[in-house]
Design a protein around this ligand. Structure first.
Ligand SMILES: Nc1ncnc2c1ncn2[C@@H]1O[C@H](COP(=O)(O)OP(=O)(O)O)[C@@H](O)[C@H]1O
Ligand SMILES: Nc1nc2c(ncn2[C@H]2C[C@H](O)[C@@H](COP(=O)(O)O)O2)c(=O)[nH]1
Length: 272
């Protein structure tokens, strides 16, 4: 039954037609360790025709240019957490470039009806980079330069870089911290609840309250499907079905943008 439901959703999304007649990218977003990869796996099972694009964490852990240096020297993620003020600008440049490349990529073969990205060039700016600036790890000059090239590139790329909607995965920062511990990534050992709370707040301002000043007209009214993932759905087939049905019911134009983020709990998912 789950597979049939998925097929129905896909045909509806196709029916909305995509920019340039191509596949329809969408974004996922949500907090750090909220369960994005786990959720993407569920989406993959429910919607096998969709193309799901995971975040390239392994690339950040071993940047090619540093691969021949001393062990660990090419690990940008590690450097970021060890010396955030030194490495934040470098990290945001590299992460945003990777996200943009992924978004512009047109894989060979038949176009997928929907593309879903684990994070986007928008969360790069309106969540992470913004937060790093507000907490003093990007200075004013770095923030200005980052915004300058970000705006320029996205405006130049126009429709090619536009998304059609966001899936916002919400859980409390405390729940994200528990999942972060469970995942036990070495680089993240020193991460504190406060950092997750800051990122949570950025997501709330941007995707839920729409208080964040965004610089792209089509971003301002982007549909956002909020999904409550605070509960443990990993082993709960019924809860998984409910989540997939919610995704299934969304019509977000040609582009479904899945932004997987963390936040406090909402009683039910809803499309804003
Ligand atoms: N809904 C959930 N309930 C319980 N555990 C979860 C849930 N979602 C994810 N997890 C667990 O939390 C950890 C982080 O999940 P992951 O999907 O890797 O997060 P993200 O991709 O957002 O960083 C993993 O160990 C995963 O098994
Ligand atoms: N400073 C930034 N950190 C980022 C960004 N995107 C991801 N991350 C970090 C957070 C985690 O340590 C790791 C991936 O986390 P997941 O929860 O997605 O697995 O990378 C960013 O743009 N800036």
């Amino acid at each position: 039954p789950r597979a049939r439901a998925a097929a129905g959703a896909v045909s509806r999304v196709i029916g909305t037609s995509s920019a340039g007649g191509r596949d329809a990218p969408g974004g996922s977003g949500g907090g750090w360790a909220v369960g994005k990869s786990t959720f993407l796996r569920l989406l993959g099972r429910a919607f096998p025709e969709w193309r799901l694009v995971a975040e390239p964490v392994a690339q950040w852990q071993k940047v090619a240019a540093g691969a021949e240096e001393a062990p660990g020297s090419g690990n940008l993620l590690q450097r970021l957490y060890q010396e955030p003020s030194r490495w934040s600008f470098t990290f945001q440049t590299f992460s945003c470039l990777g996200r943009l490349k992924a978004q512009l990529e047109r894989p060979a073969g038949p176009a997928a009806p929907v593309r879903v990205f684990e994070r986007s060039v928008y969360s790069d700016r309106y969540v992470f980079a913004k937060n790093l600036f507000e907490t003093g790890h990007l200075d004013m000059l770095e923030w200005a330069i980052y915004q300058e090239w970000h705006s320029f590139l996205l405006q130049e790329l126009g429709d090619r870089a536009t998304l059609h909607g966001f899936l916002y995965l919400r859980a409390t920062p405390q729940r994200c911290l528990e999942r972060l511990w469970r995942r036990a990534r070495v680089e993240e050992r020193g991460v504190q609840l406060l950092y997750l709370q800051q990122l949570h707040m950025q997501h709330e301002h941007w995707l839920l309250e729409r208080r964040t000043k965004v610089h792209f007209a089509d971003m301002r009214h982007m549909p956002v499907l909020v999904l409550d993932v605070d509960g443990d759905f990993e082993q709960d087939a019924a809860m998984q079905d409910i989540l997939m049905a919610q995704v299934c019911g969304v019509h977000v134009g040609a582009l479904l943008w899945l932004e997987l983020e963390s936040a406090s709990i909402v009683p039910t998912s809803r499309l804003l």
